[in-house]
Design a protein around this ligand. Structure first.
Ligand SMILES: O=C[C@H](O)COP(=O)(O)O
Length: 253
């Protein structure tokens, strides 16, 4: 039985004060880490404080991106060494906003995944098709290509430890959620890709999240699907009450 993993991606939102208030409300209210994995994926300036404040609780703190190099002349970038030193546990890689707006490539995502494992960070690898690709019936091929490239060169054990987030781009921030069947169909395909590309054990262990307009009203239905092991949530993770409802739902699946 795979444990559900619910991650709230705040994206570029919140003031320091708002981040603080959220954590004070949520940190002792999340279910135990044995029941569900709860992660807040916060902007870089808040990470240190949030890690300190959640120490000893079941709430983990993740970053939204990083560079793959350990250090160097990369103005404006943050390295895996820095994140590890802060005590961050997870890092979201290849989010569609990074791919689209900042032109991140599959090759870069793969380098970042390797760097994450090298420094003891768990990668949450985002994959997903655009509306155009879905309408052209390319969803499965697009997602398969992204998954294989992201996992290239990893050990079987590392593949098993990876979290993959399936996020159809057309469902992100639009209020237009994939139906639970649509979401599960692609997540099932991702698990098959991992099985064929790595092995059956890794496919069985890898956790696959769905992301795209997940909210308390639809989370139960999505998490009840056979191949959905959690959610990567943007908008509905910004308020502590809503985030707590989402992690609570993860506990039941
Ligand atoms: O990382 C989160 C996703 O982009 C989903 O965002 P959303 O829940 O606001 O649609």
């Amino acid at each position: 039985m795979r444990k559900q993993v619910i991650a709230g991606n705040w994206k570029m939102n919140k003031t320091h004060r708002e981040a603080e208030d959220f954590i004070q409300t949520a940190k002792n209210e999340v279910p135990s880490a044995e029941q569900v994995e709860s992660i807040v994926v916060a902007p870089f300036p808040f990470l240190q404080k949030l890690v300190e404040e959640t120490e000893g609780t079941s709430l983990k703190i993740g970053a939204q991106n990083m560079h793959f190099e350990e250090n160097g002349a990369f103005t404006g970038e943050v390295s895996p060494v820095m994140l590890k030193e802060l005590g961050v546990s997870h890092v979201v890689l290849g989010h569609s906003e990074r791919r689209e707006i900042f032109k991140e490539t599959d090759e870069e995502v793969n380098k970042k995944v390797h760097a994450a494992f090298k420094h003891g960070l768990t990668p949450i690898i985002c994959v997903g098709e655009s509306l155009e690709q879905r309408e052209a019936n390319e969803t499965m091929d697009v997602v398969e290509g992204q998954v294989k490239k992201a996992l290239e060169g990893l050990t079987n054990e590392q593949c098993a430890e990876t979290i993959i987030a399936y996020e159809p781009i057309w469902a992100i921030g639009t209020g237009r959620t994939a139906t639970s069947e649509q979401a599960n169909e692609v997540c099932t395909h991702i698990r098959k890709v991992v099985s064929d590309y790595v092995n059956a054990d890794a496919a069985d262990a890898v956790r696959i999240q769905y992301g795209g307009s997940v909210k308390p009203a639809n989370v139960d239905e999505l998490l009840s699907q056979s191949d959905i092991d959690g959610a990567l949530v943007g908008g509905a993770s910004l308020e502590a009450d809503s985030f707590l409802k989402l992690v609570e739902a993860g506990k039941h699946e």
